[in-house]
Design a protein around this ligand. Sequence first.
Ligand code: AMP
Length: 442
Amino acid sequence: MLASCLHARRPDIGAESNDVLNKKEKQNMTNFTGLKLAQPILRAVTDEGYTVPTPIQSKAIPPLLDGRDLLGVAQTGTGKTAAFALPLLHRLSHDIKKARPHQPQALILAPTRELACQIGDSVRTYSRHLGIRSTVVFGGASIRPQITTMRRGVHVLVATPGRLLDLMNQGFVRLDAVQVFILDEADRMLDMGFIRDVKKIEAALPHQRQTALFSATMPGSVQGLAGGLLNDPVRVEVAPEATTAEKVEQSVLFVPKDKKRALLGDLLSDQDIKRVLIFTRTKHGANRVAQHLDRCGVRSDAIHGNKSQSARQRALKDFRDGRIRALVATDIAARGIDVDGVTHVINFELPNEPESYVHRIGRTARAGAAGIAISFCDHEERGYLRDIEKIIRQSVPVIEDHPYHTAEIANDTGPSRRAPHHRKRPGQRQRRRNPRRSRQAA
Ligand code: AMP
């Protein structure tokens, strides 16, 4: 069942993150030994090459070790998995008994199989010197081996909501012994329509427990959910919403829909675009773009909900190992993917939910690194672009001196948009804009 899950180690995350820390955060920084974690956990962390906790870790681990509930605003790539997994394992390590059949002591809920897999990998890594058993259950894979594992018993269960409910309904999982409940990527969980599932799962949990909820963004719906799940939580935040946008060099090209594929082929002739994640809105769109790239001689693959779990894992591995240069993805499939060194993100189609834009471009700005994001915007997507600019609180620079730039689309609504300074062609590095100034201008 445990399909080999992808989880890149990033030993330099602590150092990278230091660049973006403010003075107060630097003072709060401790190294891991100062965090009062059990020795076997510290050993596992050292094995991984972690020396300095990331900001979310130094903020979240102490209150979680104190048994507090927690509301964490943090994106994937900030080290948030260890932020909740280390205290959870520490708590269980006090009294490790044989795992009871069907009754996990800790439950981690994640919206997608990929994310659940990555969390499962991390939990296994961090608990390798403890006698703690863990497993991951998710849909789209055979339920039988999952049932067998639950029969034997695990201490920590990582699950996606649908499959967990399935297993609960069939009597293979009971949640009445859960001491710690983690809800990861709550915003995406709600976007994907899992609210009722989450509520059903919560209703099966004991009242006496520790709960932590993590979310990259904090819209009202997530706050409402948090209000019902958490008891007097500590709120920790590693960066204000949408700050990823400030680390990414963004641009937009106004181009008619039927020219987008040709434009993409043209852009990818630039070999500086080494590892590119391309987003489409639909599964069919993703397939069509990947096929087009193959025809253009660009090694690529597509991941989306219609692909089998193994095909998705294979495509991700090929992308991570550099066997393919371009990965075409829909939002849901790409969510939470931890792939290092994505040089460019191309929004072949703009997302209709502006938050997705922030998640998308964040794939190229992992843990403090910079990246480049280029968006294609056709006539019908002008409104999407406006919504995006509202939430990132800046206007996205327009590339006007490009053969595919179509002034008619650019000038379609409202006053014409002007590039604030000379723009190079996409793929080349631009001077970074002062984000504060652009926010004021927006
Ligand atoms: P996450 O946000 O939990 O998906 O973590 C992103 C990446 O950072 C993963 O590859 C982790 O293995 C790595 N990581 C987490 N914490 C640290 C740390 N303190 N030092 C170095 N790498 C870390």
